[in-house]
Design a protein around this ligand. Structure first.
Ligand code: FAD
Length: 431
């Protein structure tokens, strides 16, 4: 029976290197990111990206023929747990969202020309991308309601629609867009994907929507969530990405691994918050003892560790299932970790913030930023409720309705009495 939680020593050495590298080289950038600006940030991380490439860890989510490492989801998961500790580690390793997911879409569904034009420069770090699907007017949770339309006109597609929360839209060189091409088809075959340059005439990027994470609007900022109007945008026929009507299929394939990476990155954030929680517990004194001696704080520590351990095992198990049985087999596991992992992140960060009192609420610590980041995790890539619904639906497929509950004791007793009638008679006659 194979049941092994160990990591091979060679890869463990890589993980050790990543832990030290991210802590020593990437964490310091966090405190000067705003001062560096976009160009300064690119220059600051360029030498770090070189080191990552030399180490063979660049764009590890892609297969080797595309310049990636072909790690598989378990190894990628372990790697993302480390990268998640800082929002600036993923770009240093060439696997930041949404570029990593978009590169997977291009690798999966792109034509040779699209790979040449978009994928290779994206992997080289020369281009940036955005994924434009969610609309303000329709429920993103139910993308069969999408209204953005792409209509054929001669050798072109003409796109009209309104999107928002297209992350990195305002700094992107190209966009991957989801639009309805076949409104009469079955709901999940109506939409297609397109890829085209962000400066195509008719693409009007109006703002980066201010959010809890970035409350002050800065247009054209890395990590901004852009609102975009597509007004009679004409793209050539070969801008279609993948088969016509395959938009949902491709989106599903993109989202599965992406959710595993999100969950592992959240564990990286949780671990950093947890360390801060413990450090404060053994440092702060009130009411005759350290906070570490209060039972409430001890409960926070034990509960946080238990939750993180559970989320970690669930996520690595989902990754393992994806590696061994494929994305379809891992769907329930991925939905489970998406809402469970987001909840764990939120709880751990909340406790770490609480134990620091006013300091935790201040921007003198990264906890308030983590807290705002954690809140979004319950929404993007599927709101909690949608993943719970999808788990419950799939679980319930394994059950049949009954007139009498199958565990009804009087019914079971009657059956058992029939089965053991001889024995029961002997026992009774001995009385
Ligand atoms: C930080 C961030 C980054 C994002 N990046 C991108 C991006 O790059 N590209 C992109 O296209 N989109 C992006 N999004 C959008 C994201 O995918 C959507 O917000 C998400 O799909 C939910 O859609 P919605 O906001 O329209 O909410 P709605 O679909 O309107 O849902 C609102 C609420 O309704 C409830 N609900 C929905 N369905 C059910 C149900 N079945 N049962 C019970 N309750 C339900 C849930 O509480 C849900 O939160 C991003 C969002 C965030 C917050």
């Amino acid at each position: 029976m194979a049941w092994d939680f160990s990591t091979d020593p060679e890869f463990e050495a890589q993980l050790d290197w990543m832990r030290a590298f991210v802590r020593e080289e990437v964490w310091p950038i966090e405190t000067v990111f705003d001062e560096l600006g976009d160009e300064g940030f690119r220059r600051a991380i360029a030498p770090l990206q070189e080191q990552v490439k030399q180490r063979g860890l660049w764009a590890a989510h892609l297969p080797p023929e595309l310049g990636g490492q072909g790690f598989g989801q378990v190894k990628l998961g372990l790697m993302h747990e480390i990268l998640g500790s800082s929002p600036f580690a993923p770009p240093v390793f060439g696997n930041q969202a949404p570029d990593s997911g978009n590169s997977e879409v291009l690798a999966l569904a792109g034509s040779a020309d699209q790979k040449e034009r978009y994928l290779h420069p994206l992997l080289a770090g020369d281009l940036r991308s955005a994924f434009s699907m969610t609309e303000p007017e329709t429920a993103g949770s139910d993308p069969t309601l999408l209204q953005t339309r792409a209509v054929e006109d001669g050798d072109e597609w003409v796109i009209n629609g309104h999107k928002w929360f297209s992350t990195n839209g305002s700094v992107a060189d190209f966009l991957i867009l989801m639009a309805v091409t076949d409104p009469e088809a079955k709901p999940h075959q109506r939409a297609s994907m397109f890829v085209f340059p962000a400066d195509t005439p008719g693409v009007r990027i109006v703002r980066d929507v201010p959010t809890m994470e970035h409350p002050i609007e800065h247009f054209g900022r890395y990590g901004g969530h852009s609102e975009i109007y597509y007004e009679d945008v004409r793209v050539p026929k070969d801008a279609l990405l993948g088969a016509r009507g395959a938009g949902f299929l491709i989106a599903q394939q993109r989202l599965g691994p992406g959710r595993i990476h999100h969950c592992m990155r959240w564990l990286g954030v949780s671990r950093r918050a947890f360390d801060m929680l413990c450090e404060r517990a053994v440092s702060r004194f009130a009411f005759d003892s350290l906070l570490a001696d209060k039972q409430t704080v001890q409960n926070w520590i034990a509960d946080s560790l238990a939750q993180m351990q559970a989320a970690r095992l669930m996520t690595l198990h989902a990754a393992w299932k994806m590696d061994t049985e494929g994305a379809a087999a891992a769907r329930t596991d991925i939905s489970l970790i998406k809402f469970f992992g987001a909840g764990v992140l939120f709880d751990v960060v909340d406790r770490a913030l609480q134990i620091h009192g006013a300091l935790g609420y201040s921007t003198d610590l990264p906890l308030e930023q983590m807290y705002r980041f954690a809140r979004a995790a319950r929404l993007y890539d599927g709101a909690d409720e949608v993943h719970r619904q999808s788990v419950a639906r799939r679980v319930l497929r394994g059950y049949e309705p009954v007139d009498v509950p199958s565990q009804h004791v009087p019914t079971r007793r009657e059956e058992a009495r029939r089965r053991f009638a001889d024995l029961l008679e002997t026992v009774t006659s001995n009385d």
